[in-house]
Design a protein around this ligand. Structure first.
Ligand code: SF4
Length: 196
């Protein structure tokens, strides 16, 4: 059975992704590495949601709390905020690919491919760019299982976030509440319930 390292951004996005990869025959290990999530209390809630889903599905997760350093993440995006999602994806995928290579995994992937709110083609392109022959990027359009993932996360009572993750996206969420539905920056559209 092929071993795959899956970057996980949160619990709800992990449900369909994990079950799909398992159905495809992969032995999956999760990786929770998300220095983009602010503040720390929100990071902890999403991490715990990820661990709850993994526990229900019998999946082990590597948790990189020791690498939760928002300063490093902010340095990545400073002065290039309009393109911040690219750099945010890149940091998380680069770390996932590096750990997968070091750990001798047969491939890597990410739950970011599940979200309809993320820039799907950018994520897929970055993953392919970081792939090596020994450690390929495993692409699948997990958005096909979007509704199923949402329904299951609600049934399981898994924490469902209200903004993408960074301080900018949280600010945009509240700016919308103050200013109406107008878009204020480059992150994806607002949600009133869940933001997977
Ligand atoms: S909006 Fe989401 S993907 Fe984009 S930079 Fe912020 S946390 Fe990262």
């Amino acid at each position: 059975m092929k071993r795959l390292l899956l970057h996980i951004c949160c619990g709800p996005c992990a449900i369909t992704t994990l079950t799909t990869l398992r159905d495809q025959g992969f032995a999956v290990t999760g990786l929770f590495y998300n220095p983009n999530i602010h503040p720390l209390t929100e990071y902890a809630r999403r991490r715990d949601g990820c661990l709850e889903v993994a526990g229900r599905l019998g999946v082990q997760v590597i948790v990189k709390d020791d690498e939760y350093d928002p300063k490093v993440w902010f340095r990545d995006v400073a002065q290039r905020e309009t393109n911040r999602c690219f750099h945010c994806y890149a940091r998380r995928l680069e770390r996932t690919a590096a750990i997968a290579r070091k750990g001798g995994f047969d491939g890597f992937s990410t739950t970011l491919l599940y979200s309809r709110h993320q820039k799907h083609e950018v994520i897929a392109g970055l993953g392919r760019d970081m792939a090596t022959k020994a450690t390929p990027f495993v692409y699948h359009d997990f958005r096909q299982g979007w509704s199923e993932g949402i329904e299951t996360s609600k049934a399981w009572g898994v924490y469902r976030q209200q903004y993408c993750g960074c301080l900018y996206s949280e600010n945009e969420r509240y700016a919308r509440l103050l200013n109406g539905p107008k878009q204020t920056a480059n992150s994806a559209r607002p949600e009133t319930e869940g933001r997977e």
